[in-house]
Design a protein around this ligand. Structure first.
Ligand SMILES: *Cc1c(COP(=O)(O)O)cnc(C)c1O
Length: 355
């Protein structure tokens, strides 16, 4: 890959207090950008100073939302190495999203190479404090200045990076979530399995309502029968019923999370059976009533493992595991973050060093 690198002549000061980083507010000095045209395909890949880009107000992405993205992190280990967690899965998933949204696919190896170079250049932006990381956002969108409805002919693929604080600034506390009965996020045949902005736009009304009622996030039910559990905000979800671990099966409306996949693989390695199947909200309520509901937790790159302490479904309020983090949630959290920060050996072969 013939990657042009233009370094900034005006580096920004690094964050002084990493505990105040929050999420997605500060950006590193450089970004990767590559245009696509029908004549040249993906061409002229470049790393350059992070900054504004210029687009026509008629750019297609603004009108019909032809856009896809990914979310991943770079972690700094105790000995100063910088590493990624299964990054090839993110670029593979970006191409799955691309196909569904009629966006030209990228070369996954070249994208990994460009990301590696970008992180090397901005290595000082990878936070040092425990639980903090450099959040990485690859995204692709249509830029044609045209108001007709059709797939774009011109695109940008951009990667930007944002040093972010630990997701749990006040410790690993369980979240309260609310089962959404009115709105739905996605349906089979739609775009729920892709990371596309429109899925998030569609989720905002439910999310705002949940927050008004003091719930952190929404638990989405399926869009047809309004009965089967799908996922939470930006997390997949798992239930522990007695010794059985269940997560909703992927049928096109649920995002196939890499943390979800890693959770299933770890459980299998530990000899714990995980079943991917349909699970209804009534079944969860029944398990709660008869005492077999042990734990509920969400999985995603941002929070890794997020225990659910309270689940509200209509008038029914279910307090799970005394609103405390469960044993399996804790073991998964410690193992996944342990591997990500090289605090424990990477038996699974998931870590890729930035070199
Ligand atoms: C990104 C995302 C997830 C989690 O995926 P990870 O690969 O584990 O980060 C779950 N649900 C939705 C809707 C998402 O966008």
């Amino acid at each position: 890959m013939n990657l042009k690198i233009t370094k900034t002549t005006n580096p920004k000061p690094l964050p002084v207090d990493e505990s105040k980083l929050g999420f997605g507010q500060v950006f590193s000095d450089h970004m990767f950008i590559m245009p696509y045209s029908p004549e040249k395909g993906w061409h002229e890949p470049e790393i350059k100073p992070f900054g504004e880009i210029s687009l026509s107000p008629s750019a297609m992405v603004f009108h019909y939302g032809q856009e896809i993205f990914e979310g991943m992190k770079a972690y700094r280990t105790a000995n100063g190495d910088i590493q990624l967690f299964r990054p090839e899965r993110n670029f593979a998933r970006l191409n799955i999203s691309a196909k569904r949204m009629v966006i030209p696919e990228i070369n996954e190896q070249e994208a990994l190479y460009a990301l590696n170079e970008l992180i090397k250049l901005d290595k000082d932006w990878v936070p040092h404090s425990d639980g903090a990381s450099l959040y990485i956002r690859p995204f692709i969108f249509a830029t044609d200045p045209f108001l007709g409805v059709r797939p774009g002919n011109y695109y940008y693929f951009i990667i930007l990076m944002s040093p972010s604080g630990p997701y749990y600034s006040s410790g690993l506390n369980p979240v309260s979530i609310y089962v959404e009965k009115e709105y739905v996020r996605a349906i089979r045949g739609g775009v729920g399995f892709t990371k596309t902005g429109g899925n998030y736009a569609a989720s905002l009304a439910g999310q705002s309502e949940a927050q008004k009622q003091n719930f952190a996030q929404v638990l989405w039910l399926d869009g047809v029968e309004r009965k089967y559990i799908e996922e939470v905000g930006a997390m997949n979800i798992f239930f522990v019923f007695g010794d059985e671990i269940i997560t909703p099966v992927l049928e096109g409306s649920v995002l196939p999370g890499i943390t979800r996949m890693s959770t299933i693989e770890l459980c299998q390695k530990w000899g714990i059976k995980v079943t991917e199947r349909k699970i209804s909200i009534d079944e969860v309520a029944e398990a709660y009533d008869n005492g077999t509901l042990k734990e509920i937790f969400g999985t995603g790159t941002a929070a890794v493992i997020s225990p659910v302490g309270v689940l509200k479904w209509g008038d029914k309020i279910m307090t799970v595991n005394d609103n405390k983090m469960g044993t399996l949630s804790k073991k998964l959290y410690d193992t996944l973050t342990g591997i990500q920060y090289s605090k424990i050996p990477d038996d699974m072969g998931w870590v890729r060093k930035v070199t």
